[in-house]
Design a protein around this ligand. Structure first.
Ligand SMILES: [Zn+2]
Length: 194
């Protein structure tokens, strides 16, 4: 049993844990609980229904829906984009779309949604988050002071250049992939100057 070491595994009684792993553009579903089970699916949208049908065929009677958990071995991707006053989380792997109020809730919501869809624990779900729009990706230099506009960064730059106390000689502001502005002492880098 793959899950034998795991304290949080589901109760043993009739519970089938089905792992889903990527193979090219498809998902391959297998289970230690049902060695005869093998499904190849383009997405996990209807995976539980299909797996339950397959189990029913193997054991000769339908399995209760609640007893089948599907666990993706690789992360599913989720795309977050602005939709009017809300944010939309699109999870193509399970064909689900969720509307949320705050962008910061996107990852939690994606995880919750996938977990519910696959009847597995949210803590087991891995998500690759993709944010579209201005504030796109995680900041590669989270330790640096961040400014929300070029102007703010330029003002901060001017004040560090006036200050003799600053150890670093910041020479320019640049736009970070995180969507905000930072200062750097490097005269030129891969990023555009402000
Ligand atoms: Zn940044």
């Amino acid at each position: 049993m793959i899950e034998a070491m795991d304290a949080t595994s589901e109760p043993d009684t009739g519970h089938a844990v089905v792992t889903a792993r990527r193979s090219g553009r498809r998902w391959v579903l297998e289970s230690d609980d049902y060695p005869d089970l093998y499904c190849e699916l383009p997405s996990l949208a209807n995976a539980r229904a299909i797996v339950m049908e397959a189990i029913a065929y193997i054991v000769g009677h339908p399995a209760p829906e609640a007893t089948v958990s599907i666990r993706p071995v690789q992360p599913l991707s989720a795309t977050v984009s602005k939709a009017g006053r809300h944010w939309e989380v699109w999870i193509p792997g399970i064909g689900a779309r969720q509307s949320i109020r705050r962008r910061v809730d996107a990852e939690f919501e994606a995880r919750r949604c996938i977990a519910e869809h696959l009847n597995t624990a949210a803590s087991r779900v891995d998500v690759d988050m993709h944010y579209s729009g201005s504030a796109s990706t995680a900041c590669p230099t989270p330790g640096k002071a961040a400014y929300s506009s070029r102007l703010e960064a330029k003002i901060a730059l001017a004040s560090t250049q006036r200050s003799r106390a600053s150890r670093r000689e910041e020479s320019r502001a640049y736009r970070c992939p995180c969507g905000r502005w930072h200062l750097t002492s490097h005269p030129k880098a891969g990023t555009k100057t402000g």
